[in-house]
Design a protein around this ligand. Sequence first.
Ligand code: NAP
Length: 264
Amino acid sequence: MNSRIKGKTIVITGASGGIGEQMAIKVAESGGNLALIARRVHLLEALKEKLITEYHCKVEVYPLNVTDYDEIPRTFNTILKDFGAIHALINNAGYGIFQEAHETSFQDVKGMMDVNVLGLMACTGEVLPYMRQQGSGHIINIASQAGKFASPKSSAYSASKHAVLGYTNSLRMEAKRYGVTVTAVNPGPIATDFFSIADESGTYVKNVEKFMLDPAHVAQKVVEALFTNRREINLPRWMNMGSVIYQLFPSFVEKVGNNLFFKK
Ligand SMILES: NC(=O)c1ccc[n+]([C@@H]2O[C@H](COP(=O)([O-])OP(=O)(O)OC[C@H]3O[C@@H](n4cnc5c(N)ncnc54)[C@H](OP(=O)(O)O)[C@@H]3O)[C@@H](O)[C@H]2O)c1
């Protein structure tokens, strides 16, 4: 439970499954109100019903493809009208395709950039002027360990998450000056439907299954951080240590870890 959430309005993109759905449940447990965004509206409606029945909070559903950039301002205006305020935005919608660069079509590269980077920036762009005027707010961007440590077989996905971290780190310094907090979340592999697209062959999942994070645990850590000044959440800790060592000694890690990374 996070007592700072009670009565606040939290917008979550990609709330129809995976960690987005789990974060919505944790927010509702703490007495927050929710604006849920994703494309699969039937899943959002089912989640809305569950949250209202179990937690008696206010929940509204907003069908949106975050690459429909013209529609994003309309959606956020409607959320503001429906709730009267937006206290936090969790930019979570995203996907990956784990392929080597020479196998990845430009269409797929663009798809990941459009959703993971531009969709996130477009949604953020809608709340920033509002939060700036309000003098408060919290933006949480779900990046990835792939944004800190680019391993093979996910060049386009890693590039998209590096972009998310670059944007987040810059925004954090700007937004602090007008009272808005910005947090990056960098998880390692999580047991969600993400891998039905990322890893069609199932090879990666087979190799990392025993290290996979529980989506409810990741959601718990993110929701605990809402309305705190947490800079980054890195999970699991041992994987983040790997990212730190990589940043310090990139040539050494690339040499020693090469065969291991290709197990993906
Ligand atoms: N699973 C992992 O191992 C892992 C690790 C590190 C980071 N992450 C990141 O965590 C976030 C959530 O992933 P997950 O693991 O929970 O995957 P997931 O179960 O596949 O959920 C992805 C969510 O994003 C939504 N989404 C995808 N494309 C969208 C679009 N164009 N417009 C609106 N919503 C869209 C999906 O909803 P609809 O299909 O209904 O639109 C779904 O709700 C992603 O940003 C991912 O990159 C995941």
